[in-house]
Every structure is written in structure tokens, then in C-alpha cells.
Design a protein around this ligand. Structure first.
Ligand SMILES: [Zn+2]
Length: 273
């Protein structure tokens, strides 16, 4: 049976108000104490699935990566853990070159920054050149011409690198990707956000990505200001969390600095504030 591990690539921080949307600071500041620049602590966590029955090793997102200049490191308070995702994988007992598939939930830089790394000459290259990179087709078209609202969330140089490679695999909606991994597509945060659902020991696991970025966002009205269609997020969150509770899926948080996983008990606990 497949085996799933979670790994934190980096600590970072984003504006607390942007993370919490319409929720007043008085309600979130105790759980998420902001720094003097009003940023709250986050992590970029990815998962690796060793899937021997399918002879595949999957990454679910790949962290912020290391391709950041000093100004960006300061703005987002990026503090990498370890050399890079390849080293973190090696330390967890997974050979980085054994990765066959990289499922990108979406291309926002805090999820997909790790697709690229600089070679010793400073040239940008794929960090996992042998892996198929799975992206929803609707998200791919969006990311190549985002709106002024979300353009800052994309690294156009990384997207161009992926486009020029032969490793992009476009996925059309929800369904199996092969082996232990399938995806659920949702569209409120950004068009074509895909949430991996993994049949692995101790699971099934649902990788929440930015549908529920922090455990605080399990409450239905807690929706990031980054989301393009907040009411769509609300409906998608309600439906998926109810399904997760009834099927006893283990939820994985990509950004919560606390525990990596959580299981909801049916009926779904208080989801309002
Ligand atoms: Zn996002």
C-alpha cells in the first residue's frame, strides 16, 4: 500500500487581513498573532506519496523553493528549512530522482515555487526534471493571463520554464491521476485548484491546499481575501468538508504551522465562527 509523508519546506508569513478576509482581527489575532508588519506565521508544507504498487513517487505541491531574492525573502519573511526540497526528501528516505509525478494544486508561488531551482551557473532549471507536472487545464490558462488582482501570486519565469519543458500534463477536472492519487477540482480560490485525494496507509488523505489553508479556515465564513470567488469557495468548502467527515478522510493542511493533519468527526463540527 502507498505511504504518505508530509514535509515542511519553509516558514513564511502573509498579511493577516488578507489571509482572513472579512473576519475582524479581534477574532483571529489570538490564534494567529501578527508581527509588527501585520503578517501571520504560515508554513509551506508538501506531501510525498511512495506508491510502490504503481511504481510511482508523487509529490503534492513542492513548497516555496529557494529561487527568491533578498527583497522577496523580506516581504514574505521566507525562512527555508534545509537546503531545498530535494535534500528534505533525501533526509526523509526518498531519493529525489525517484519522483515520477508532481501534482501542482495550482501555480501560486507558495505552492509551486519549488518547481524551479538555479543550477551552479545561475540558470533556472526544473527541480524535478524527470517528473510529470500535473496542472488543471483551466488553471493553466488562467495562470498564463491572470487578472491584476492575482498576478502577483504567479512566477511568470517559473511558468515559462514549465511550458518550455516536456513535462507539463494538463488535467481536465476531477478524477484519477493513476495509482493511489486522484484529484478534486474546485474553483473559488482560483480556477482549477486541484485537491489530491490519496489512498495511502492511515488515510484516505485529502490535501486541502488553499481551499482550507489554515485550520481556522474550517469555519465557513473564514475565507481569504485572495480568493477570486469567495461564495464559490464557501459552497465548495461546505460540500467537501461534509464528505470528508462522513468518509473519515484525513485532512492535510498546507499552511498551518501547527499540526499537519486533522480528522473531522461526523456530524461536521461547528463550522461557523
Ligand atoms: Zn493559492
Amino acid at each position: 500500500m502507498a505511504r504518505l509523508l508530509t514535509i515542511v519546506d519553509s516558514d513564511f508569513a502573509l498579511d493577516g487581513g488578507a489571509m482572513m478576509g472579512v473576519v475582524p482581527r479581534a477574532l483571529w489575532e489570538k490564534q494567529h498573532p501578527p508581527d509588527p508588519r501585520n503578517r501571520i506565521p504560515l508554513v509551506s508544507r508538501f506531501a510525498v506519496v511512495d506508491d510502490p504498487d504503481a511504481a510511482r513517487v508523487w509529490l503534492l505541491d513542492c513548497g516555496l523553493g529557494r529561487d527568491w531574492n533578498p527583497k522577496e525573502l523580506d516581504i514574505y519573511d521566507i525562512r527555508p528549512r534545509g537546503t531545498d526540497a530535494r535534500t528534505l526528501l533525501h533526509d526523509a528516505g526518498i531519493a529525489p530522482d525517484s519522483v515520477t509525478d508532481l501534482v501542482l494544486t495550482h501555480l501560486h508561488f507558495d505552492h509551486a515555487g519549488g518547481i524551479a531551482r538555479r543550477d551552479p551557473t545561475g540558470k533556472l532549471a526544473l527541480a524535478f526534471p524527470a517528473a510529470r507536472h500535473h496542472v488543471q487545464a483551466s488553471h493553466w490558462s488562467w495562470a498564463r493571463s491572470p487578472t491584476p488582482k492575482d498576478a502577483a501570486s504567479f512566477r511568470t519565469d517559473h511558468i515559462a520554464l514549465l511550458e518550455a519543458s516536456s513535462q507539463l500534463r494538463l488535467v481536465d477536472g476531477s478524477g484519477p491521476l493513476g495509482g493511489a492519487v486522484s484529484v478534486r477540482a474546485v474553483h473559488g480560490h482560483t480556477p482549477g485548484l486541484q485537491l489530491p485525494l490519496v489512498d495511502a496507509a492511515g488515510g484516505p488523505y485529502l490535501f486541502l491546499a488553499d481551499l482550507v489553508p489554515l485550520w481556522s479556515h474550517l469555519r465557513l465564513p473564514w475565507i481569504m481575501a485572495f480568493d477570486n470567488e469567495p461564495l464559490v469557495t464557501l459552497a465548495e468548502k461546505r460540500a467537501l468538508l461534509q464528505e470528508a467527515a462522513s468518509r473519515r478522510w484525513v485532512l492535510i493542511s498546507e499552511h498551518d504551522p501547527g499540526e499537519a493533519t486533522k480528522t473531522l468527526e461526523p456530524p461536521v463540527p461547528v463550522l461557523h465562527r
